[in-house]
Design a protein around this ligand. Sequence first.
Ligand code: GLN
Length: 542
Amino acid sequence: MSKYIFVTGGVVSSVGKGISVASIGKILKSRGMCVSVQKLDPYLNVDPGTMSPYQHGEVFVTQDGAETDLDLGHYERFIGVELTQASNVTSGQVYSSVIAQERRGDFLGGTIQVVPHVTNEIKRRVREVAEISQAELIIVEVGGTVGDIEGQPFLEAIRQMRKDEGRDNVLYIHVTFLPHIAATDELKTKPTQHSVNELRRIGIQPDVILCRSDKEIAEGIKDKISLFCDVDKEAVISLVTSETIYEVPLLLEDAGLGELIVSRLGLRAGKSNLEEWRDMVARLKAPKEPVIIGLVGKYVGLQDAYYSVREALCHAALAHNREVKIEWLDSEELDGMADDKLGQVQGIIVPGGFGYRGIEGMIKGAKFARERKVPYLGLCLGMQIMVIEFGRHVFRTEKVNSTEFDASSAYPVIDLLPEQHGIEQKGGTMRLGTYPCHLVEGTTAARAYGTEVVYERHRHRYEFNNHFRQPLEEAGLVPSGLSPDGRLVEITELRDHPWMLACQFHPEFKSHPDSPHPLFLGFIGAAKETLVEGAQTSLPLN
Ligand code: GLN
């Protein structure tokens, strides 16, 4: 039987609830426990797949093809688990299935209500993760903050779980924020007291309070929170803003959270073993020579949109003992200034994206990389951009395009597959999730991976158009990764270039700090050898 930890948020959002959940998972896994994780998102969308990155940040894709919240990326990177669709539940999914049951007549004429019907469906989905994963411990994060209207059914459902599963099998952790008042140099506990009151009002007494703050939390402040919120002092845990997110598991472990959870839930756990992680964090924090990567995208003002890409670059750079410095280049502004800006970077990356806006700037990035022999890594849209740019060069016309951006292009080098034409619905109509890819011997891709078959995650509608394969190949574009039947081009690279490679999938989702992704490793390896224009020697430290 599984035990459960429910993590709620109070005071304000963006205080690192997702990172805290990932860190709790990490510290318990390091004690030899089998852990799984789930995120409950109270919004009404069925999934974040159709939401704008401005609203939601990155969409994280699981191996089984679910389009999920970016917190699942933290969980996978920290804990080293592979999650599934069941690990992200939204109100949209819960209400859809309750209404479908009602239409089928499953409720035998009863009145359908939030309690118990909606809350039962939420609880069923929480238990489903326990069943699928067979994990001893399930950590469940409730999205949003206490007091949100749409979050209420979720809080009610997790309240009921303690009664259903038994007092000793459920633990509630509340993550709050202590604002710092500069004038008096004080951390304030009142917002925490209010949010704990709000939780209690709906019947949840937290067992642990994680207090995020930008300053050290004095003992007196902890005493106060302990008294007013009726939580043991040892269970008031401080979470001071750290230099890197990967330090959070260490801070929480050192603050005694691991021991506390083990004893409160009576878990059969081994001794904590975070030594390798500790060593990784120490290397991460040590000063290192930078490697400068230009990321050409249209959401660069909002770095959450490229969360996994940023992390994957950081993991690979660490393995090369470098610190990645990302130049965020807005693809819509890369006009006359392109060469100046691109001349200052050691590698160019074009990440995923949808829609026409910003495409021409990305094509400029790819052209610069090809002509000046700057290392290039294209991710999904970034591969399509590389193929379009090379096509324009080979066929000597700007008419080369993807039919996503120019439906009547005379040279549609990227197109829907014949069987996809006519599909109009936007949600749930993409190639999603893990597919195998065979690597062609002797290519940069095969060398980077050092294996023959790889499994990578996809999220796209358009594909390389085989009609143009032969002329592009003859001109020097190498299809170095193919679907098992050879029909889909999954990786392209350039023959006459030190390192220009792009993939139709998203390798960034599989990079972990302690196991960087081979393509990112190869890319950073090539970039660190590249001098920025005008530089005489290798770069100085910061
Ligand atoms: N817009 C492109 C497609 O749908 C690429 C998608 C992506 O980069 N994730 O095929």
